[in-house]
Design a protein around this ligand. Sequence first.
Ligand SMILES: [Zn+2]
Length: 410
Amino acid sequence: MKRSHQNLRNCCLLSICFFFFLGDLQADSFKEEVDSLIARLRSLRNTDVQYERKSDWSRLSSRFQTMLKTMPMGDSKSRAMFHYAVVEREIGERAQDSEKLRLSAELFEKMSTADTQHELADDALHSAYLIYRDLLHEEASVARIKNDFSDVFPRSELIFLLDTNEAGVEGKRRHSSQKNRGDSEKPLIFLDPGHGGEDEGAVGVSGIREKDLVLTLAKLVEKELIKSGCCRVALSREYDAFIPLFERTALANRLGAELFVSLHVNAHEENAAKARGFEVYYVSNESNPKAIELVSRENRQMQETQGFGVQTFLSELYWRGAIEISKPFAHKMYSTLRKKLPKESDGMEIVGRGVHSAPFFVLFGAEMPAVLLELFFATHPDDAFLLSTPQFRNQLAQAIVQGIQEELTE
Ligand SMILES: [Zn+2]
């Protein structure tokens, strides 16, 4: 009796294990398909701004829809739901179809409540919020989400973005408007908070995300620049939105910006305990082996969509010109940051890693001095702590402002 009991128990355990194993296998088999649909979505977003490939969009929408019907709960399903909502929003924006937009907002909300622990859950609720606020103008839904957000996601950085202004002048592309518009004599500084939307950038200690950190920093820099009265400011994105890389420099060129500053936070998975500090980059068509990993991460958005080589479409003349104007700015920015930032803060060392050059897509085609700042490592506990401290963020923003002002007075 006892023995058969034991057997039964083993049998149950085995089938439970088998069940989980099967569950894992199923989830994994979906993972590949979800990844490939996400890559297709990014490609469409990057290349079909005008909504010319309607059938590709609707095929993508139905593939997400069909797949979701048979998926078990889990990471792949949550990611699929999130990106299905993105597809519906993109179609809704392009076709100016409010039914699609409403469906998208509902899907985002559904995803955020179905899996509140998922890393995209707060993004999902924030995305629903933005659709209700900027695209559907539904005050009641805006108020409802705003009211609930901090209860559901008390640790989300996105809480601070709920009060930021409405989408900029270009509506659906969500670029910022220029600040101090009347003061057209003043030089325009273009700030580019890296990543955004479903492109999270680096994810670090206790889940801090590059896309949120750099947006917060860009807003601080913007505030300080406007306060100083030195210049006008434009941002590539005002809030958590996906903007294709090439659109960022294109907009800066179109606005006639004097300087281009792209803000990023670094990460090092394998050497998380050691790699830390800030560094300044300018664009070049060469890169040292150390920079290659970083470049491939920062360029990921384009590589997934375009798949072309770095050197193929810009002339030697372009590279020489870009290096000539950007290299001195990069050095000036670095030495200002080093000078203005303390040697340590809260007992933690502030490490400077120097000036480097690398082929970052986001700097390609800029017609003005352009730098990319890698502001500390989200994966290092001390750096992550510094970045989460309001006092240090302010110091950092002020140092960047100083670097910009010194380049302007040159
Ligand atoms: Zn980045």
